[in-house]
Design a protein around this ligand. Structure first.
Ligand SMILES: Cc1ncc(COP(=O)(O)O)c(C=O)c1O
Length: 399
């Protein structure tokens, strides 16, 4: 084996390239250790992580409370399925439901974002007896068959061919386009309330209210895909039900990414009405609700609460936005909380690369001019200063 413990970056990269499918364009670093907003590499270098490992490290890397609960649980019981009751599963479900908008009273646990969305769509079909799902241009919902068929963004539906039937595209932010399509065949309208991958797109407040009204009027299930926006990212527990989310509450809300701080877990939060249509054996997945994942969920929610991370997100977002005004090349800043899109006149990929050279990890998006930030919720003002200073330098010479 080429890769012994303590291997160099060159050996690690060569091995991964030899033995793994090349499905991702990787940054030229090997992550070895993480702490809060920092990633340490195989070469002993320290990177400021403003991407949070794909929006997953909400509590920061290796939050001590999360690590301790996972460790304790791993010594007690790694896994037993939903065929038995479990204290840690009870704790995780109760905590999650207690933080959710009042109207969402039950949870179904699964393993990823795409699986949460598949189950959300299935529940909508089961509870309405209808088949069609309306989603939006620019929305991303995952890569399994039904979810990729609901993804009207770039090449994804093409990759997923043949697509699952029953998917209809409306225009994000355009209620007229939805009204035209929302007939008696429609089971659900599903949306990312803030479209992340599309370059952090938000709709006008009235659009969310109108969607809720339309769904009530035509007995359609409203699904919010909060795989990215959920679990504190917007400075609220969820976009759904919050002031910044215009108090609109969907019938189903899906979560994954930051929910387990890095342990794979997804969830669907549902209303009583939806729950009343779901019977034994209608949904299921072996690993859903497993003990390690449940310890991670409970600990993640506790850590966000204990460290008052929601207030931190709101405070640091305000600071970051004010400092970004100093950077001449920034055209606009979109999004909410720690899901921010920084728009440039030129290419964001060039900025991304130059920042990486200065040991700052950021993200790009499907909009070539938008750089995405999805940092841990514990990011502080001093780290914002480091980022903005670097951004000022790199954009002086580039876009
Ligand atoms: C909004 C949204 N929904 C769903 C997914 C799919 O999640 P997963 O990769 O966990 O299947 C993603 C992943 O990026 C996402 O951003």
């Amino acid at each position: 084996m080429n890769v012994e413990t303590g291997a160099t970056f060159a050996d690690i990269a060569a091995s991964e390239e030899q033995f793994q499918l090349a499905t991702y364009k990787k940054m030229a670093i090997a992550a070895e250790r993480g702490e809060g907003v920092w990633i340490y590499t195989s070469e002993g270098e320290k990177y400021l992580d403003l991407y949070g490992g794909h929006a997953v490290a909400g509590t920061g890397h290796c939050h001590p409370h999360v690590v301790a609960r996972i460790r304790e649980q791993s010594e007690r019981l790694l896994f037993y399925s939903n065929l038995v009751y479990s204290e840690v599963r009870a704790q995780a479900a109760e905590k999650l439901v207690s933080l959710a908008p009042e109207h969402l009273t039950k949870v179904f646990f699964c393993n990823s974002g795409t699986e949460a969305n598949e189950n959300a769509m299935r529940m909508a079909r089961m509870s309405t007896g209808r088949e069609n799902i309306i989603t939006f241009d620019g929305g991303f919902h995952g890569r399994t068959a039904d979810a990729i068929s609901a993804t009207f963004l770039g090449k994804y539906r093409e990759i997923g061919k043949p697509n699952v039937p029953g998917h209809i595209e409306a225009r994000f932010g355009d209620i007229g386009s939805v009204r035209q399509l929302a007939n008696e065949s429609v089971a659900a309208i599903m949306l990312e309330p803030i479209q992340s991958m599309a370059g952090v797109r938000m709709a006008a407040p009235q659009f969310y209210r109108d969607l809720r009204e339309l769904c009530d009027e035509r007995r359609i299930v409203l699904i919010y895909d909060e795989v990215q926006t959920g679990v504190g990212r917007t400075g609220e527990w969820f976009f759904a039900g919050s002031k910044t989310g215009h108090r609109v509450v969907p019938d189903v809300l899906t979560l994954a990414k930051a929910l387990g701080s890095g342990i794979p877990v997804g969830a669907c939060l549902v209303s009583d009405k939806i729950a009343s249509h779901i019977k034994e054996n209608d949904l299921g997945t072996t690993f859903g609700g497993g003990m390690i994942a449940m310890a991670a969920v409970a600990a993640t929610l506790e850590a966000i609460e204990q460290d008052q991370m929601l207030a931190n997100v709101r405070d640091v977002e305000t600071y970051l936005r004010s400092r970004l005004k100093e950077v001449e090349q920034v055209v606009s800043v979109r999004g909410l909380g720690f899901l921010l899109g920084i728009e440039f006149a030129g290419k964001a990929a060039t900025v991304h690369k130059s920042l990486l050279d200065r040991k700052i990890i950021t993200g790009t998006s499907s909009n070539p001019r938008v750089l995405r930030l999805l940092p841990p919720l514990c990011l502080k003002r001093a780290e914002v200063d480091q980022f903005v200073d670097a951004l000022t330098q790199v954009t002086k010479t580039e876009p």
